[in-house]
Design a protein around this ligand. Structure first.
Ligand code: ADP
Ligand code: MG
Length: 453
């Protein structure tokens, strides 16, 4: 065979691998039969680099499938291809149009930043786990770009812990104070996609200009940059330019800079300012967030149910919110108030892996104690103080402390959001009674037996 039709492979890639297609669309290829090699030419250095780093296997496989298993390929950069592209009929229109756009007043007017106005500092609850990230974000929002110590700010942590929330909160705060500020908020994934698109459309200048001409650059989920080598290069340059002009950059990530698979110089750039982590919220913060979110979506959730949710869902605030939404829907469908049963059902359907943990629950303790004393379970969480109710409540708290791992704070929350000192008082009182009164001791033992069954 003396020639190969490159277009056959291109068409195949277009159908089967659109991302790869974006990188070879403006290529051409010359076949050298002596060495059975396809010399692929692309217009941009970035393109070559990306094809080799990211799509080498994909490309190789397609070529072998199309032209046989022994075919080889090379990629070279041919910058003259830019000029040629314009004279080709089909692209003519697009290219010309893009040039007109670039210089039109419309193109220069900054787009309003794509901020989510629900994600603000006012509804970001602060507690153990996120207080440093919050304080740093506040400092940045108050004086963006003004302190080397906070620039760049790098926030990292697990899924659903509030990174995106803080990023938007910074943007919203800066935007509220100065609507003329040029703010870009994006994700690294969108940054990559945009990069690929602009490259394909031959609008790299526009891309560069946009990013290098900003006051506040907020990039979410920077770990996605691990994928795109050439966009990374561009990001690095943008980064350096913005830094040297004291423009503020904030990035978030699922892991610390050193754990990201990035060039060392980019890693060290990212961590040159302040690196803060967000840890999972502690129990009290989870309750507070659950409470505030139920208010936001308009569902009334009893304190003990909030405690159960906060107790079960430890590591992801988004899951916490998801369960509350499900509970709301289920209660509406049943036309009832939110109950513990509904909450447990919601957790079972939505997060079965969490629901499975078979431990003695506060709920079970409360049910057995309430039944024994002929009370309603709700009485135990109420503020009612008649002697019999108060004692039953205190016994239940005492048993919780002994049969579960819950802290005083957690137990208090299960009993209607009571203070931990109230729980402590109950424990002291019951402990004394158990010591002094045989009959009382027998009652408690009987209850424990029933609960453990
Ligand atoms: P991440 O970006 O870390 O995955 P998000 O910022 O998207 O997490 O947070 C997930 C959800 O939890 C969002 O709806 C967010 O508003 C909410 N959330 C996270 N942290 C808090 C907090 N401290 N106070 C109130 N809501 C929070
Ligand atoms: Mg996020």
């Amino acid at each position: 065979m003396s020639d190969l039709d490159w277009n056959i492979a291109v068409e195949k890639i277009k159908k089967e691998n659109f991302k790869l297609y974006a990188w070879i669309e403006h290529s051409k290829a010359v076949y050298v039969p002596e060495s059975n090699t396809l010399n692929i030419e692309v217009p941009e250095y970035f393109q070559k680099e990306t094809l080799l780093n990211k799509y080498k296997d994909d490309l190789e496989n397609t070529l072998k499938e199309t032209y046989g298993p022994t075919v080889k390929f090379n990629i070279t950069v041919n910058s003259e291809m830019h000029g040629k592209k314009k004279s080709e009929k089909k692209e003519d229109k697009i290219t010309v149009k893009s040039e007109i756009n670039l210089f039109s007043p419309e193109a220069r007017r900054p787009e309003p930043p794509k901020l989510n106005d629900r994600l603000i500092f006012d509804n970001f609850l602060v507690g153990n786990g996120n207080k440093f990230a919050h304080a740093a974000s506040k400092a940045v929002a108050d004086a963006p770009g003004q302190s080397q110590a906070y620039n760049p700010l790098f926030i990292y942590g697990g899924v659903g812990l509030g990174k995106t929330h803080l990023l938007h909160a910074i943007g919203n705060a800066v935007y509220a104070k100065n609507p003329d500020a040029k703010i870009i908020i994006t994700t690294a994934e969108k940054f990559l996609d945009e990069f690929v698109r602009k490259l394909r459309e031959g609008k790299m200048e526009e891309f560069k200009e946009k990013y290098r001409n900003t006051d506040l650059l907020l990039i979410d989920d920077i770990q996605f940059l691990q994928r795109g080598t050439s966009a990374r290069e561009e990001f690095f340059h943008t980064f350096n330019e913005l830094s040297s002009l004291n423009k503020q950059i904030v990035t978030t990530s699922d892991s610390r800079p050193q754990q990201l698979i990035l060039e060392e110089r980019l890693q060290s750039r990212l961590s040159a300012g302040l690196v803060v982590d967000i840890q999972p919220p502690d129990f009290e913060l989870r309750v507070a967030i659950a409470k505030s979110f139920s208010k936001e979506i308009g569902v009334r959730v009893p304190e003990n149910v909030l405690a159960e949710i906060a107790n079960k869902i430890e590591n992801n605030i988004r899951d916490l919110q998801g369960i509350l939404k499900t509970i709301k829907i289920m209660a509406e469908q049943n036309k009832t108030e939110v109950t513990m049963e509904i909450a447990l059902e919601a957790i079972k359907t939505k997060l079965p892996e969490i629901a499975e943990t078979k431990k003695i629950t506060v709920d079970a303790i409360q049910r057995v104690v309430a039944e024994y004393y002929n009370l309603k379970v709700q009485d135990l969480s109420s503020k009612k103080r008649p002697e019999n109710i108060a004692t039953a409540r205190q016994i239940a708290m005492y048993i919780c402390r002994n049969l579960t791992d819950y802290s005083l704070v957690q137990i208090g929350q299960y009993f209607g959001g009571k203070d931990h000192t109230t729980v402590m008082h109950a424990l002291d009182k019951i402990e004394n009674l158990v010591k002094e009164n045989e009959k009382f001791k027998a009652t408690v033992e009987e209850l424990v037996k029933r609960i453990s069954k």
